[in-house]
Design a binder for this molecule. Structure first.
Ligand SMILES: Cc1cc2nc3c(=O)[nH]c(=O)nc-3n(C[C@H](O)[C@H](O)[C@H](O)COP(=O)(O)OP(=O)(O)OC[C@H]3O[C@@H](n4cnc5c(N)ncnc54)[C@H](O)[C@@H]3O)c2cc1C
Length: 274
């Protein structure tokens, strides 16, 4: 496999998740190929003449199609979210480390997501629910800026109904005209709800780096072991294969060694808020 060479993918479906975020369902154009990947890995997704951006898989692997959920923030992501069915784009990947699926087996799981941070956690959660018997209790804490920014709302409701699963949602603010009956406040305020901090748990978190800083601090203060906290980092990257150096932090390349890291591996590195 030549990791620099893009493959063509066709847009099969487009779903609007929030006012600025869409989920693209894609299929490799060469129908003999299937893209296999691990939850937490990403593709470099591009459009000729426009550019390329790292985008996480938002669906589980093992199907003919795969999904990317994209928030329009700039040139590439605006073009990606403007695509329609049958349009063609380029993908290179899968890249990166992915969530620690094997280590999670048999353990309780604490999932802490902020905003778009739910995107890489969704395929992991769907994998866990698909193989429910292999895992212990699941706690999902999800915070978004407003109710309208919360991704995958229908699925989140279904997750909350699963056995041995607790889902707690919070938003920073409720704009006039939005409906919200849950709590308001930052996601770490949910740590003190009964039954959230379970023994023998693995914590997986993704969101803005400042949020993850407070998630890590909050967990450590409550005696949660650093070696059981995993984070997915976001960094600007170009190549995806540890050649260009754009995503280097300390001795590591986020594209190749990450984006998922155990907290003990990145504690004390320069250039992170963690
Ligand atoms: C491993 C990884 C996985 C990602 N997965 C997703 C995903 O699933 N869905 C999604 O929508 N986005 C994801 N992103 C972020 C996405 O790659 C960037 O938003 C994208 O590169 C922006 O490109 P652009 O040309 O649209 O915007 P640009 O014009 O390049 O940037 C628009 C604005 O966003 C800021 N910005 C761009 N990239 C980053 C970055 N990596 N970190 C911090 N600020 C940035 C810029 O400073 C600028 O203010 C991921 C990033 C990484 C590193």
């Amino acid at each position: 496999m030549n990791w620099i060479l893009p493959r063509e993918a066709v847009v099969v479906a487009v779903k609007t998740e929030t006012p600025d975020t869409k989920t693209l369902t894609l299929r490799l154009r060469n129908s003999h190929e299937r893209l296999d990947f691990k939850p937490g890995q990403f593709n470099m997704v591009g459009l000729p003449g426009i550019g390329e951006a790292p985008i996480t898989f938002s669906s589980p692997s093992g199907n003919e199609t795969f999904q990317h959920t994209v928030r329009a923030v700039g040139r590439v992501t605006r073009a990606l979210t403007a695509l329609k069915g049958s349009d063609v784009l380029h993908v290179r990947g899968p890249f990166g480390s992915g969530w620690p699926e094997d280590e999670a087996v048999g353990k309780n799981l604490l999932i802490v997501a902020g905003g778009m941070g739910m995107v890489p956690l969704r395929p992991f959660l769907l994998h866990v629910f698909e193989n429910r018997i292999k895992f212990g209790r699941i706690v999902v804490l999800y915070g978004a800026r407003t109710p309208d920014d919360m991704l995958f709302r229908d699925e989140v409701t279904v997750w909350a109904e699963q056995a041995d699963t607790k889902v707690l949602l919070t938003v920073d603010e409720v704009p006039v005209g939005s409906t919200w009956t849950g709590p308001t406040g930052v996601v770490t305020e949910l740590f003190d709800h009964p039954g959230v901090l379970l023994d023998d748990a693995l914590a997986l978190t993704c969101g803005p780096e400042l949020m993850m800083r407070f998630v890590v601090r909050g967990l450590l203060l409550r005696q949660f072991p650093a070696s059981r906290i995993y984070l997915s980092l976001e960094r600007r990257m170009r190549c995806g294969v540890a050649q260009c150096g754009h995503c280097q932090i300390g001795p590591k390349y986020v594209c190749q060694d990450g984006p998922v890291f155990c907290y003990t591996d990145l504690r004390g590195w320069p250039d992170t808020l963690l």
